[in-house]
Design a protein around this ligand. Structure first.
Ligand code: NAX
Length: 328
């Protein structure tokens, strides 16, 4: 068996944490031959519930699970971490302005970034799930100057997976026949799910759909507002599907994406496709040798350009706001 990998999960006592931890411990994150050491990070009020989850993890007797440690101090929670899933965040509450939300989350992601900088393993990979995910990732990254910038990512894989299923249903195809779909921009209502380069059963998806009104009035809003639709139906926000997307993201990052396909992830922009350098924006990406690479050379039509630019404009606003707050 390989050397154990240390995985830190923040917000471990929350609903995504509950859906995520059992899958990590069973080997679905890193593979069936990689032992896992779990480190759960919570706020003090969350520690007792995290202990309960740890009891249940014990009761599964997962062969790959080597240890579980619970912490409320990031300097201990990220100690030796190879993978960090930053799930815990401050949700928007009634009457909260966007600036207040960014500031409250800065109070979480800045110290977590600093702790990652100080105590995580040299090969640390970070996935930010907690919203606003892209900008929280930007804050954590800025607080960790000694960690290569490309180790900080934000999750848009749930949006990606949602878009695959909507497109598959429209064309009456199995999801396994949908390739090369892209989520661009921010993980928010402005995100742009792009089917113009996607393939369904080997054919161009936009041509197969051949219905711009469906794209504009049904597909894009269904994907972008899916989170709200889940809350409306379930009375609680997406949890198992969010955990599933986090597993997919890290699994592909570590093991590589399949040939002939790509996925979507929020990664630090190198200026590709007119997205300002340094922003954490969602792109079409492949993973090769353990690193995300942006798929290059795609032609961006007018329909896509307007929508990518709108989402990127929102990311710029968020970046400028956290810059003003001294968070980056
Ligand atoms: P819950 O409220 O169930 O759990 C959050 C947990 O985080 C709580 O146990 C809380 O005590 C803990 N926490 C808060 N501050 C912390 C800190 N500083 N350190 C460690 N733990 C801390 O939320 P849940 O439904 O699990 O969602 C978690 C986050 O994921 C939210 O921000 C949510 O908006 C976000 N999501 C992101 C998605 C994405 O696609 N990127 C989709 C799903 C989800 O909405």
């Amino acid at each position: 068996a390989r050397t154990p990998v240390t995985v830190t999960v923040t917000g471990a006592a929350g609903q995504i944490g509950y859906a995520l931890l059992f899958r990590i411990a069973s080997g679905q994150l890193l593979g069936a031959d990689t032992p896992v050491k779990l480190r759960l990070l919570e706020i003090p009020q969350g520690v007792k519930a995290a202990e309960g989850t740890a009891m249940e993890l014990d009761d599964c007797a997962f062969p790959l699970l080597r240890s579980i440690d619970i912490h409320d101090d990031p300097r201990h929670g990220f100690d030796g971490a190879n993978v960090a899933l930053l799930v815990g965040a401050r949700p928007r509450t009634k009457g909260m302005e966007r600036g207040d939300l960014l500031e409250a989350n800065g109070g979480i992601f800045k110290p977590q970034g600093q702790a990652i900088n100080e105590v995580a393993a040299d090969d640390i990979r970070v996935l930010v799930v907690g919203n606003p995910a892209n900008t929280n990732a930007l804050i954590a990254r800025a607080a960790a100057p000694d960690v290569p910038a490309d180790r900080f990512t934000a999750m848009t894989r749930l949006d990606h997976n949602r878009a695959i299923t909507q497109l598959a249903k429209k064309l009456d195809a199995p999801v396994s026949e949908v390739k090369k779909l892209t989520i661009w921009g921010n993980h928010s209502a402005t995100q742009y799910p792009d089917v113009f380069h996607a393939e369904v059963r080997g054919e161009n998806a936009a041509a197969a759909v051949n219905d711009e009104a469906w794209l504009n009035d049904t597909f894009i809003p269904t994907v972008a507002k899916r989170g709200a639709a889940i809350i409306e139906a379930r009375g609680a926000s997406s949890a198992a599907s969010a955990a599933n997307a986090a597993i997919d993201h890290v699994h592909d990052w570590v093991n590589g994406t399949p040939e002939g396909d790509w996925t979507s992830a929020g990664i630090v922009s190198d200026g590709s496709y007119g997205v300002p350098e340094g922003l954490i924006s969602s792109f079409p990406v492949v993973s090769r040798n353990g690193r995300w690479e942006i798929v290059q050379g795609l032609e961006i039509n007018e329909f896509s350009r307007t929508r990518i630019d709108a989402s990127v404009a929102e990311l710029i606003e968020e970046r400028d706001a956290v810059q003003k707050l001294g968070l980056i």
